[in-house]
Write a protein that binds this ligand. Structure first.
Ligand SMILES: [Zn+2]
Length: 173
């Protein structure tokens, strides 16, 4: 397994819709393992393939979010089949490091997709896991969490992110 490079929000790949996966093969299984390793190393609670430079519909999330236990799941070609209730909570993104904002999401989400064996999977979630699934699903459609905010708020966060990026570059000199 290897830790992959996570692209940041300035990379245009994060603005493109990812392609549906047709062949589930060994390569995909390696990608999934690498994505899981990359997610935990970051550390984060979810990751979409385009965040590691691959424009395909595959996400990994940690079902053990908020607990000590690691419980990763891989979902291929995911679709949200039901959304209920509302939650507002702080959200971040591994492609927009150190930037957080309050985002409104559905509190309960049902998702279906395919697992690495080619079988259909269904996942019921609520709270933070439901938030993570919606966040990763958005990535596959080229959407970033700050797109949910007003233009003014998004502009502020973008400037903050770019400033932070310049500082980080300065740090590594
Ligand atoms: Zn993200």
């Amino acid at each position: 397994m290897s830790i992959l490079k996570i692209v940041n929000c300035l990379d245009p790949i994060l603005r493109q819709a990812c392609k549906e996966i047709e062949n589930i093969d060994g390569e995909l299984s390696i990608l999934s393992q690498d994505m899981i390793e990359t997610m935990y190393a970051a550390p984060g609670a979810g990751l979409a393939a385009n965040q590691v430079g691959i424009s395909s519909q595959i996400i990994v999330v940690d079902r053990g979010i908020g607990t000590e236990k690691k419980d990763p799941i891989t979902i291929i070609n995911p679709k949200i089949t039901a959304m209920e209730e509302e939650q507002i909570g702080e959200e971040g993104c591994l492609s927009i490091p150190e930037i957080f904002a309050e985002i409104k999401r559905a509190n309960r989400v049902e998702m279906k997709g395919i697992d690495l064996d080619g079988n259909e999977v269904r996942l019921e979630s609520e709270g933070f896991l439901a938030r993570a699934l919606q966040h990763e699903m958005d990535h596959l459609e080229g959407i970033l969490f700050w797109d949910k905010l007003s233009q003014v708020k998004r502009g502020m966060l973008k400037r903050k992110f770019k400033k932070r990026l310049r500082e980080m570059k300065g740090d590594s000199k």
